[in-house]
Design a protein around this ligand. Sequence first.
Ligand code: C5P
Length: 459
Amino acid sequence: MGFSEEVRGAAQTIRRAEAVSVISHIDADGISSEAIVRTAVARAGVPVSSHFVRQLEPLTMKAVPEDDSLKVFVDLGAGQQNLLEERGLSPDEVLILDHHVAQPCGIEYQQVNGVPHGHTRLSAAGVAYFVAKALDEENVDLAKIAIVGNVGDMMARETLGLVGPAAEIVADGVEHGSVRVVRRDLNCYGTSTRPVHVCLSYNDDPRIPGITNDTPGALRFLKKLLGYELKGPGGRWLVWEELDLPVRTKITSALVQQLLANGEGVERVFADSYLFPDEPARSPLRNASEYATLLNACGRWAKPGIGSKICCGDRGDAYREAEYMLNNHRSIIRELLQYILDTGVTELSHLQYLHIGDRYPDTIVGIGAGMALGKLNWRKPILIMCTLPEDHTLTKVSMRTNEWSVRRGVDLQAALNAASAEFGGGGGGHPIAAGAFIPHEAEGVFVSRVNDLLRDQLA
Ligand code: C5P
């Protein structure tokens, strides 16, 4: 069966359902997928409820309701079909909309997944969007949320823009008027909310000497280049999105020159960005990557439902709560980053690692690891372990690397998946960012095993 047939089949299954329970993941892609499915199902007149889980594993299976509803698993389920079977779920009460590699089981559950069709850069929110559109063409207004999910799950990162079926979603959003694409914009996070010099200095893809990790350096660079400071009315710093095209071009050309002078490639200076003109300027909802961070802040601090309300248009209480969570999320991540840098990492031949105990929730450790990497030895992937307060026999592992390493053959997902399986744990994710759970007593050997696997990948 082709991808389009899978999509149409899923829409039919939903139309026939008496009631739907959506079970989704707490990250930006999971939250946006849930919002898309819930909205589309409700618009089709079918009663719908939602349940979020951190991972689908034996302990969290209790979130799956024991009733006659159609269980729609989004952004999870493909890799955990054995759990659905063990729970006794029959094929006619399950629909999986996912983008993770499927692990088949005895029962063949209905599934829509781009991966087996070669659509490897389409996240669950993208899959959910196609099903929503098959339910009703009017659901094109959900393209914006699907773009947030795709960007949040790093589907645009390697290719410097959304490609394949995800690019079709972008075209729908543009036609609908709720999405604006800036082709070959500055490839930098925070272009709608951060002062330009801060935005540039926080960016390490590409790394630019004298600018990356050097906010005063970035400010000097801009002042020297332009002859003035990028300030607006009342003396507030301008953000990238507010700059006129000639100013932007002048800055990107200078960045290109800087990289060329250092013998570096320049292609990663630019990437497509996705703006939402119906959101207020300078707000975290104004572009896809910052919107995704806000959703992640909600999910990782146990309020995925708030993120979902934002996706569905709530700009009142839910938005105020989400903004509070975003600020809190940022300040705790800054603290975590400082903790990692102050404590220091141990370097092995092919990775650097640290154990941070149970000081920070495991849901944010990976984010801290990613930020720390830019300030440590960025050539070696970073592995951070933490203890789960609810279960001291288990250790959560988060790994992060960068495009530079991935281009050289590093695949963290493959390494963590293989190494954790050897110790009876489980892991997954992406080449650039992956996680795993392992038994506490295996920590030492596990780290050295991952180091060996990374060495083999680079051989
Ligand atoms: O938790 P963390 O942010 O480090 O996770 C990074 C990536 O690894 C995410 O895509 C997450 O879904 C995935 N992961 C996984 N299995 C785990 C832990 C994380 O697939 N046991």
